[in-house]
Design a protein around this ligand. Structure first.
Ligand SMILES: C[S@@+](CC[C@H](N)C(=O)[O-])C[C@H]1O[C@@H](n2cnc3c(N)ncnc32)[C@H](O)[C@@H]1O
Length: 386
């Protein structure tokens, strides 16, 4: 065959090797051509099969969806009607952050408010009257969901944020706002109030992991704080307002009902945030100004009051005489043993003002002030023990 294709090769005896090479080349070309052809054929077949499989799947989906729609329409009494697009069954998408924002950190409790209606309601509830709102302080402004609206109303406000990434975004979303990089637990609110010319109005969607600590920090600086409007987990909010003889009654109930008048203003569902928390939340007002007179009349060292409540609530199920035994034996107190009226009670049965009385007895403070008794008489439906 090679001789026929290249006739000149026959005459040259030295070209025998060349003839063999040419023959081998033509043979391998034929084999490769066949292989390539079968590959191409296999590819075409595979693609055709995939398309038909997709079609089958799509048909199945459509049938399932239509069947589901008919079922639901039947349940709702709508037997007939125009065919709706299949997307009607899809759940609404949760709100997302704009593409250029960072990934929220769980360790910083970064659940950002995403519902403008709740933000509007939150800001509307504020009543700071300082010049330009210079005493308005936002704790943890994050990417500026609240700040952008707050700043329009209070251009002299200050934000306190720990995350530098959030601060970078804030400098773009609310360029005019002043934000300090700090930990909200480390701020000296008394000093800040002095610098801003009076008690502060705090507003915050508090990071959950430090929410209680942040509130106790504010209580420690109660005279430097006018009010705190804060979002808390509903569970924590309910503990602030719980009354004696209930499961939720505890240390926060005693401290904040004495130091600020806590009030739940409204609740927010998880859908108001991105990412969604798996708990309900509440917007709470703590009115430190309204409770100022009472706070001053308490006449106890707040640390003593805290020490006592912490001790007794650590042993919720124990009677006071047992849980306080160690304090009574360790400290030089005005009393050797608890008065009868308290001894057999459990901490959850004792009202906030009675904890003040107890602190004064145990830690040797002044006589329980008469006007204080009057102020509290009947407020919790009980009369003062004499
Ligand atoms: C629940 S997010 C609220 C963000 C924003 N205010 C909003 O509502 O969308 C809490 C914010 O507090 C910040 N944060 C967390 N721990 C903090 C701390 N110890 N001190 C200051 N800011 C903190 C987080 O970085 C985050 O921006």
């Amino acid at each position: 065959m090679v001789r026929a294709v290249v006739p000149g090769l026959n005459k040259d005896p030295g070209s025998r090797r060349l003839r063999w090479l040419l023959g081998a080349f033509l043979l391998s070309a034929a084999v490769h051509f066949e292989k390539a052809w079968s590959f191409a054929l296999a590819g075409l077949i595979e693609q055709a099969t995939r398309v038909s499989r997709q079609q089958v799947r799509a048909t199945n989906n459509r049938e399932v969806l239509l069947a589901e729609r008919e079922r639901l329409e039947g349940e709702n009494g709508k037997k007939e009607g125009a065919i709706q697009p299949l997307s009607w069954l899809q759940k609404p998408k949760p709100p997302t952050l704009p593409a250029d924002l960072f990934k929220p950190k769980e360790s910083l409790s970064q659940t950002f408010l995403a519902d403008p209606n709740y933000i509007f309601k939150m800001v509307s509830a504020l009543d700071d009257e300082s010049e330009g709102g210079k005493r308005t302080i936002e704790l943890g402004p994050g990417t500026g969901a609240i700040t952008s609206r707050l700043w329009q109303r209070y251009p002299e406000m200050i934000g306190i944020e720990i995350d530098q990434r959030a601060m970078r975004v804030l400098s773009r979303t609310v360029p005019g706002a002043t934000v300090i990089r700090s930990d909200v637990l480390m701020v000296n609110y008394t000093k800040l109030a002095e610098l801003r010319g009076g008690p502060l109005s705090i507003v915050s969607n508090l990071p959950f992991h430090v929410a209680s600590q942040a509130l106790f920090t504010l209580a420690d600086h109660a005279d430097g704080v006018r009010s705190a409007h804060v979002i808390l987990q509903q569970e924590v909010a309910q503990r602030l307002v719980a009354k004696p003889n209930s499961k939720k009654y505890g240390i926060p109930s005693v401290v904040f009902q004495l130091y600020a008048d806590p009030k739940i203003l409204f609740h927010l569902p998880p859908t108001a945030y991105f990412p969604r928390p798996n708990v309900m939340t509440s917007y709470v007002k703590l009115d430190f100004e309204a409770a100022a007179e009472r706070r001053r009349a308490l006449d106890v060292d707040p640390r003593d009051l805290r020490n006592l409540t912490n001790t007794v609530f650590r042993y919720r199920r124990k009677m006071m005489q047992n849980s306080l035994a160690r304090i009574l034996s360790c400290h030089t107190t005005l009393i050797d043993q608890l008065p009868e009226e308290y001894a057999k009670l459990r901490p959850e049965q004792i009202e906030p003002w009675e904890f003040v009385h107890l602190t004064q007895l145990v830690f040797g403070k002044k006589e329980f002030p008469k006007h204080f008794k009057r102020a509290w008489r009947g407020e919790f439906g009980r009369t003062v023990r004499d």
